[in-house]
Write a protein that binds this ligand. Structure first.
Ligand code: PXG
Length: 294
């Protein structure tokens, strides 16, 4: 059976799922998106992802022609149509079809598509050995230029950083902001552990407020760690006991090396492993059940 894609209210075959060359999502990167995951028939944090999508759209004055509940139902319907239980869900809202000028008023109706597919897992070695990172030359977008809190279709800041990390021969890149403070990686948030303290940058340094980040902060507080959002520099990472990254696709990944400095013992630390275990417990029991919803 070929994959079905949700497009503007209809489920269509993958081969028929096409976007116009006049769509401003393509012409200008004008649009928003989300990456969501389902675990054994449970969609994790669906409402939180949909809320973030609508908040990004609100700031862009992009009107989504569906209510949040209708959008949630569309996600579930698409998963059902594809018989998927463990899936990666890509929800995209584009400005829609307009002319060759950038004025969004020329685009009368937003385009919506939802792709659900089998999840492409990260290599197991990443989790067993830990990632190697470098800080990259490209700085994170200034929040008053293009706020990283908006999950928009313009990901070139992140893509440039990813290219730089790849060119350096490592797994991921850390972006600093214009003041030199650590922000995040190209598609994951960053945390460090020092003693009983767990620290991650605050949103105003220029990060996407990750839903996994939020989940991990809550989990860690429940486990009685002191969790802080604070600005910090590379030195704090180099001298931490542990560093890990969080994201929907990556979940919780340990970091072993940054800019050629070994982090802690240079292998996954006990706090990272404990949080990872707790995170998996949560994803296995919490979420919107695909069969029940709608
Ligand atoms: N920072 C950035 C810049 C991101 O794009 C995260 C942090 C983590 O956020 P969540 O809410 O996922 O915990 C992201 C998320 C992809 C892909 O297809 C990208 C993300 C998530 C899932 C898949 O590359 N970005």
């Amino acid at each position: 059976m070929s994959l079905k894609i949700y497009m503007d209210g209809k489920l269509v075959d993958k081969s028929e799922a096409r976007v116009s060359v006049f769509d401003h999502g393509l012409l200008y990167g004008d649009g928003v998106f989300e990456g969501i995951r389902s675990y054994d028939g449970l969609v994790f944090k669906l409402r939180e992802h949909i809320d973030r999508l609508y908040e990004s759209a609100h700031t862009l004055m992009l009107e989504i022609p569906l209510s949040r509940d209708e959008m949630a139902r569309a996600v579930i319907e698409t998963l059902k149509a594809n018989g998927l239980k463990d899936a990666y869900i890509r929800l995209v809202v584009t400005r829609g079809v307009g002319d060759l000028g950038l004025d969004p008023r020329k685009c009368p109706k937003a385009g919506i598509f939802i792709i659900t597919d089998k999840i492409a897992l990260y290599p197991k070695a990443y989790y067993d050995k830990g990632l190697t990172l470098v800080t990259v030359p490209t700085v994170r977008n200034h929040p008053e230029a293009l706020n990283p809190q908006l999950k928009t279709l313009n990901y070139l800041n992140n893509i440039l950083a990813k290219i730089e990390a790849t060119n350096a021969g490592v797994d991921e890149g850390i972006l600093l902001n214009a003041q030199g403070y650590v922000t995040e990686c190209t598609g994951e948030n960053i945390f460090y552990v020092k003693g009983k303290e767990i620290v991650t940058p605050p949103p105003y340094v220029g990060i996407l407020k990750g839903i996994t980040r939020d989940t991990v902060m809550r989990l860690a507080r429940r486990l009685e760690f002191a969790v802080r959002e604070d600005i910090f520099t590379r030195h704090d990472l180099y001298t931490a006991d542990e560093v890990f990254l969080t994201g929907t696709a990556a979940e919780i990944v340990p970091v072993a090396n940054i800019d050629n400095r070994m982090i802690g013992a240079g292998k996954p630390g006990k706090t990272t492993l404990r949080l990872s275990r707790e995170f998996h417990k949560l994803t296995s029991k919490e979420g919107v059940r695909i069969t029940h919803a709608v």
